[in-house]
Design a protein around this ligand. Structure first.
Ligand code: UDP
Length: 412
């Protein structure tokens, strides 16, 4: 499971902290680490919670991840690691939309406290993800008198600026401001996010730590492209790959228009991995592909289990993330770890993953032309793809989950 040896000696840290074993309550109200990535409301955050929680326990911590029960048949407790478990709280209805969860936060807090009492345990630390959990974290950390560390994952003020027309729960901005002011530490994923937190939300710089997420470089490895195409039942033509949720913020309309602009490359296909076949987002994108006359060149593949994703990266020639906003961009890092060049928007955390001209290209305009130009350049040039891909893998090995979790444990 591990990518590298830990950089720190945890026995010394534990002794120094006077703690035999840190017991962490992770709050992830709407992001269950058991959910498959790429579907609605299941993406990088779910992956992050799973990868970090498992590695916390490898470093001696005990972790309970509290999430809302999103399926009526979910058991109360599901083990996810040596000393890590997901605890499902029955709050609201499983079908409730994320936008409507604000009113249920007091019930969530109550349910977590009931569970703690029933187990007769005390937590040393609250770690929360996204503003809804941040609110719960403020209450629980005050009640238990323990520190609270949060990650916002996305920020409403940044979303509004990135894509006019974005709609959010009316309580979100004020809640994010309150959390940014009151929480003990914020873990931001990039310098860009740190800047947004201090300038747009008034967070104190000294309370914001930049600790990027990572990738498992032993799972996401370069693999034979031809063999992968055969295993996936793909033809031998050139492939562009998109991996992620089909949220409007991801800018897939830009990518479809860019593909439509590749008029001299009729063999080139676009593989869209993510979404659920038949959902509204996929239907809208299919309609756009039809309007652009490229419906036969785009495969909407739905979401894929993460264990299979390295095959899809291997079968592609170039990966594209045309996002309007991206707090980090795990898919870009996974592609890089698989030795694939990435063409991505120059937003959020993507500049820390894509080194423009070295491992792929960063595009500063959310419009199809520049994307098409860089995609075409890469598709036409095997040697360029190979050299950027190799540099991408090398860079990805500096951004591992183990390095990320080492830094988080030191902070905790
Ligand atoms: N993912 C997956 N299956 C899919 C699509 C995506 O497992 O079909 C995973 C992908 O490997 C990545 C995460 O979902 O780890 C998406 O994270 P990213 O940071 O790219 O996007 P976010 O969802 O945070 O906007």
């Amino acid at each position: 499971m591990g990518d590298h040896q830990p950089h720190f000696d945890y026995e010394i840290i534990k002794e120094y902290c006077g703690a035999k074993s840190l017991r962490i309550a992770v709050l992830s109200v709407h992001g269950c680490p058991l959910a498959r990535g790429g579907r609605k409301d299941a993406g990088g955050m779910n992956v992050y919670v799973l990868e970090t929680s498992q590695r916390f326990t490898e470093r001696g911590a005990q972790v309970d991840v509290f999430v809302r029960r999103h399926d009526a048949v979910d058991p109360l407790i599901v083990p996810i690691g040596q000393q890590a478990r997901v605890v499902h709280m029955s709050v609201g209805s499983p079908s409730d939309d994320k936008q409507d969860l604000f009113v249920h936060i007091p019930d969530f807090v109550h349910a977590v406290e009931e569970f703690r009492r029933s187990e007769a345990v005390n937590y040393d630390l609250v770690v929360s993800h996204y503003w809804l959990s941040g609110l719960a974290g403020l209450d629980l950390s005050a009640e238990w008198d323990v520190p609270h560390v949060t990650s916002f994952h996305t920020l409403a003020e940044v979303k509004f600026r990135a894509r006019p027309g974005e709609r959010e729960a009316p309580e979100r901005v004020a809640s994010e401001r309150r959390i940014a002011r009151e929480v003990d530490r914020i873990v931001a994923w990039s310098q860009n996010e740190q800047r947004s937190l201090t300038t747009l939300y008034g967070a104190q710089t000294s309370r914001v730590e930049v600790i990027p997420p990572g990738v498992d470089t032993s799972r996401f490895i370069p693999m034979d492209s031809l063999e992968s195409r055969q295993k996936l039942g793909l033809g031998l033509g050139r492939n562009i790959l998109y991996v992620g949720r089909l949220d409007k913020l991801k800018g897939l309309d830009i990518l479809l228009r860019a593909v439509a602009g590749l008029e001299d490359m009729p063999d080139v296909r676009l593989m869209v991995v993510g979404g659920t076949v038949g959902d509204q987002e996929t239907t809208d994108l299919r309609t756009l592909a039809r309007e652009l006359g490229i419906e036969t060149r785009v495969d909407f593949l739905g979401s894929v289990d993460q264990a299979l994703l390295p095959r899809y990266y291997a079968a592609s020639d170039v990966c594209v993330l045309p996002s309007h906003y991206e707090s980090f961009g795990l898919a870009a890092l996974e592609a890089a770890a698989c030795e694939k060049p990435v063409v991505a928007s120059n937003v959020g955390g993507l500049p820390s993953i894509v080194l423009s001209g070295e491992t792929g290209y960063l595009i500063s305009w959310q419009c199809p032309g520049p994307f098409a130009t860089c995609i075409e350049l890469l598709l036409e040039n095997h040697y360029l793809r190979r050299s950027l891909g190799r540099a991408a893998r090398k860079h990805a090995t500096t951004l591992t989950w183990d390095a990320s979790v080492d830094a988080l444990m030191l902070l905790y």
